[in-house]
Write a protein that binds this ligand. Structure first.
Ligand SMILES: Nc1ncnc2c1ncn2[C@@H]1O[C@H](COP(=O)(O)OP(=O)(O)OP(=O)(O)O)[C@@H](O)[C@H]1O
Ligand SMILES: [Mg+2]
Length: 349
């Protein structure tokens, strides 16, 4: 810097000393030595005063601003935010802190936007990939039929059925995506009601009986409560949560295994757990299974008709109920998904 604190202090001190000497010179009978001494003293005193105040009050703070900006550029937010939180009486220090806090906020917003942008890009790539598979499959069957297979009575029905199955998969995927986007945008509000989750689970069991039967998987209600198990939740969404969890238990369960649901209440909340003795989830995948499109074994999940959206939807719905899903799993032994939800007091009428 051309004018640092020393240069600035020298300039100002010289001017002050010159002005002082000039004033003294106006007095009568003033000796030259006195003038020189007065010049030197006022120069030294002014220089020291100005230099120290500039150095400690202004330039040091400006230096701190540079250090801070440098830290922000190097993304060392933590240390700088902590330092900038302490308030000070020095206006320059406060300004420095304000600048730092603002810069950190802006930098974090930029980071967040960048993350969102990457996420959006990945999401579009994932969605296109997932949509491509059933569309290509259905297209393949229809084209084969148009190419002449339609005249063969044996394959006609088979191909049409396969095309319909692919389109059904496509429909389910689009529906799941819609629900997920509505949940995330906040468009889907929960219609809270007091519901008997035990009854709801029995209904879900009925719906999935056939699927479970195909793998000889038993659907159990552990420790059933004759008086019912009441919670405060949106019945439609809670059915979706239980269906997803129980269906996963069946899909990733072993032949002849079980899926058990049980409830445990404490003072305010009801714990709901869905347990299976299926293939389990490797530790390193547990954190990610709630991400959309995430599947532990893509091939196995695909065979089961899975898109990897089920648990993402479950997580979102539960969050809207102030509940957090957790999972415990041991590979080859099974998994338990559980959450705690607000209890409900049923109407006595
Ligand atoms: N009970 C379970 N046992 C073992 N693995 C599971 C279990 N539940 C989920 N997973 C694993 O977590 C992944 C994500 O589950 P999620 O329900 O989100 O997707 P999906 O079942 O593949 O597809 P979708 O539910 O959308 O039809 C699954 O692909 C599977 O690998
Ligand atoms: Mg699933």
């Amino acid at each position: 810097m051309l004018l640092n604190s020393k240069g600035f202090a020298l300039l100002l001190a010289t001017s002050i000393a010159l002005i002082t000497a000039a004033f003294l010179f106006l007095l009568d009978h003033i000796q030259f030595t006195v003038l020189v001494v007065a010049f030197c003293i006022s120069f030294a005193a002014s220089f020291l005063l100005i230099y120290v105040s500039l150095e400690f009050l202004i330039f040091k703070e400006i230096q701190n601003i540079y250090i801070g900006i440098d830290k922000i550029n190097r993304k060392e937010f933590k240390s700088y935010t902590e330092q900038s939180i302490q308030s000070s009486k020095n206006p320059l220090k406060r300004l420095n802190q304000e600048i730092a806090a603002y810069a950190v906020r802006k930098q974090q917003e930029i980071e967040e936007l960048r993350k969102l942008e990457t996420f959006r890009r990945e999401f579009i790539a994932d969605v296109s990939h997932e949509l491509k598979t059933p569309i290509f499959a259905a297209q393949g069957f229809v084209l084969t039929l148009l190419d002449g297979a339609v005249d063969d009575e044996n394959v006609r029905y088979k191909f049409l059925k396969k095309a319909a199955k692919s389109l059904e998969g496509l429909n389910l995927l689009v529906q799941d995506l819609l629900v997920l986007s509505q949940l995330e945008s906040g468009d889907l509000t929960m219609q809270l009601d007091i519901i008997d989750i035990q009854d709801l689970t029995k209904d879900v069991f009925e719906q999935l009986e056939e699927k479970a039967g195909k793998k000889s998987i038993e659907l159990l209600l552990k420790n059933p409560k004759p008086e019912g198990v009441y919670i405060t939740a949106d019945p439609v969404r809670m059915t979706q949560v239980m269906t997803n969890l129980i269906l996963n238990g069946i899909k990733y369960g072993n032949e002849g295994g079980y899926v058990a649901v049980y409830f445990k209440e404490d003072d305010q909340r009801m714990a709901v757990a869905v347990e299976d003795n299926g293939i389990g989830i490797p530790k390193e995948h547990i954190k990610r299974i709630f991400d959309r499109f995430y599947r532990v074994e893509k091939s196995r999940s695909k065979k089961q008709g899975g898109t990897g959206l089920g648990l993402a939807i479950v997580k979102h719905i539960l969050e809207k109920h102030n509940a957090k899903i957790s999972v415990q799993s041991v590979i080859e032994q099974g998994s338990t998904f559980s959450f705690k939800i607000d209890k409900g007091v049923p109407d006595k009428l």
